[in-house]
Design a protein around this ligand. Structure first.
Ligand code: DAH
Length: 345
């Protein structure tokens, strides 16, 4: 009973200095935790004679109640103090300017890619896609590249391992012209598609990147002529660069077209009037596309009768169009993801 009285005398003093929840819990445990003084003393109950138990039990309850009420009072005090501190703090300045959220935007290459695709879709083209790694045959042979032809040198690329196994080799496609083959093998004419995508070559300088983007066009039907090609690309150039832009075709060579042409658009920056123009270098013209009439060999390679069907095809470099549109001096800027550059466009 003496020990119990001693505990009771301690209670108020113990809770008086409590300042926060942590101290509150610790102080409560000092009496009523597993090793608390009151808990330990209660464990000794069985040592008492039955007659003593009642008085002792009542006394224990009295002390226990004292602990609980001191604890509750301290809790109220701690909470009020916390609230007062909160209210005392500097008020929030609701007139402070906000933080501007960082809004993302499309990469210039994607903007050009989507704009170009939209122009062709509005003319009635479907969008087709092919894989970035394809069979060597789809990239070269079926397109009329003779084995060991010098034209292959310009399109050296990365071959995928086939661990010495015989059979077809896979490579990273060097152009989106592979999609011409895939399309012709899987769909009977009429065919009218554009195929945007990434291509790979062993090239690296101010205007060439080993990975770049192209969009391929293919139209195959009865009675398709070079005039359709000319009209399609002239319309495209005006829609992309402005209606004052004119186009010209020059003879060229591609293994998969006959005849082959190169399409130039008049310089959208100087209109051919500035001999020192940094975009056209004074020539007045910008190379925009390779194109031509689909070589009959390509049609027969895909099981299509070249006596019945004719077609035209073209290939545009998306990077080049982006460099023209945004006057980007080096292709590397389009791939290095420097935000200062990207935000400036
Ligand atoms: N595939 C050619 C290249 O990457 C571009 C090209 C030229 C595509 C003429 C065509 C075409 O469809 O008709 O250099």
């Amino acid at each position: 009973m003496e020990a119990l009285d001693a505990i009771e005398r301690e209670v108020d003093g113990a809770f008086a200095p409590v300042r926060d929840e942590h101290e509150l819990r610790a102080t409560h445990a000092r009496f009523l935790g597993k090793e608390g003084s009151l808990t330990l003393i209660m464990r000794r109950m069985p040592e008492l004679a039955p007659a003593e138990k009642k008085t002792f039990g009542q006394a224990v309850n009295r002390v226990k109640t004292a602990v609980e009420s001191a604890s509750e009072a301290a809790e109220v005090r701690v909470k009020q103090a916390a609230l007062a501190r909160e209210l005392d703090r500097e008020p929030t300045d609701v007139t402070m300017p906000g933080r501007r959220p960082r809004v993302g935007r499309q990469h210039p290459l994607h903007r050009v890619l989507y704009d170009v695709t939209d122009i062709f879709v509005s003319m009635g083209f479907d969008v087709a896609e092919g894989p970035e790694s394809d069979w060597e045959t789809n990239n070269f042979e079926r397109l009329g590249f003779p084995a060991d032809h010098p034209a292959l040198d310009m399109q050296d690329t990365f071959f995928l391992h086939n661990e010495g196994r015989p059979g077809p080799r896979a490579l990273l496609r060097t152009h989106t012209s592979t999609v011409q083959i895939r399309e012709l093998l899987s769909h009977p004419p009429p065919v009218m598609i554009v195929a945007p995508g990434t291509v790979f070559r062993c090239d690296d300088d101010a205007t060439h990147s080993p990975m770049f983007a192209q969009i391929e066009g293919l139209v195959v039907d009865e009675g398709i002529s070079l005039a359709h090609l000319r009209g399609t690309l002239a319309t495209f150039a005006q829609r992309l660069f402005g209606k004052d832009v004119t186009t010209r075709m020059r003879g060229s060579y591609f293994p998969f077209t006959e005849p082959s042409v190169e399409l130039d658009a008049s310089c959208s920056l100087c209109g051919g009037r500035d001999p020192h123009c940094r975009l056209c270098k004074g020539s007045g013209w910008l190379e925009v596309a390779g194109a031509g009439m689909v070589d009959p060999v390509v049609l027969s390679n895909c099981g299509i009768d070249p006596e019945k069907y004719t077609g035209f095809a073209f290939g545009l470099g998306i990077d080049r169009l982006a460099m023209i549109r945004y006057q980007v001096p080096s292709i590397e800027l389009l791939y290095s993801n420097d935000e200062r550059f990207l935000r400036s466009l």
